[in-house]
Design a protein around this ligand. Structure first.
Ligand code: GDP
Length: 201
């Protein structure tokens, strides 16, 4: 897939602030600092359209980007900040849960995990939501350039076993080498196109 255009549309907290649900959506989730902004920027070939995580304490939002005029990339707020005020932490769950449960145009959630780390309990909770709400997901292992090939393979195996994932549910990625970019785009397009086929029936 070629990315021809990307445009920031809006930030939302409540569902009435979302754009109209007319286009397929791909959401991106992960703990703060996992490399979510770097991944979104790399996917759309922009340096800084998705910003590095907001500083803890600031209101977090769901950010919508229109890609090629035909789908939204949705940047979900990061979680797992170290010193987050209780109010901000308390906001996160209903905001993200509401989006994941009720967004009719959501086609795929991309869950980012740092390839060097053991998945957190927050990561595991999100994964349980995907299963409970029956949401298609793809796991991306970020910062693959930071480990040797053999270490990458070992970590990949560990995370795969931890979540009991199938081969096709996991992709390695690096914003530095761009490894994984084409693979992820192809998978995204597949989800978006499946929706178009269904709509035409
Ligand atoms: P976010 O909080 O999930 O949006 O994380 P960012 O995208 O802001 O990345 C957090 C930090 O990790 C930044 O210092 C990035 O430069 C770095 N980073 C992100 N992706 C990669 C990657 O693929 N490779 C390397 N080496 N560093 C990365």
């Amino acid at each position: 897939m070629r990315i021809n255009s990307v445009e920031f549309i809006t930030s939302a907290v409540k569902s009435f602030e979302y754009p109209k649900a007319t286009l397929p959506e791909i959401a991106f989730a992960g703990r703060s600092n996992v490399g979510k902004s770097a991944l979104i920027n790399t996917m759309v070939n922009r340096k800084n359209i998705a910003r590095t995580s907001v500083t803890p304490g600031r209101t977090q939002t769901i950010n919508f980007f229109l890609v090629n005029g035909r789908m939204y990339f949705v940047d979900l707020p990061g979680y797992g900040f170290a010193n987050v005020p209780r109010e901000v932490r308390a906001q996160w769950k209903p905001m993200v849960e509401d989006y994941l449960r009720h967004r009719s145009t959501l086609k795929l959630v991309v869950l980012l995990l740092d390839i060097r780390r053991q998945p957190s309990t927050d990561d595991a909770s999100l994964m349980r939501w995907f299963e409970t709400f029956d949401i298609p997901f793809l796991v991306i292992l970020t910062k693959a350039d930071k480990l040797s090939r053999s270490k990458c393979s070992a970590q990949e195996k560990l995370i795969k076993n931890f979540f009991m994932l199938d081969e096709g549910e996991l992709v390695r990625f690096s914003a530095v080498t761009r490894e994984g970019r084409e693979d992820i785009l192809t998978r995204i397009m597949k989800c978006v196109q499946e929706r178009i086929v269904l709509t035409n029936e």
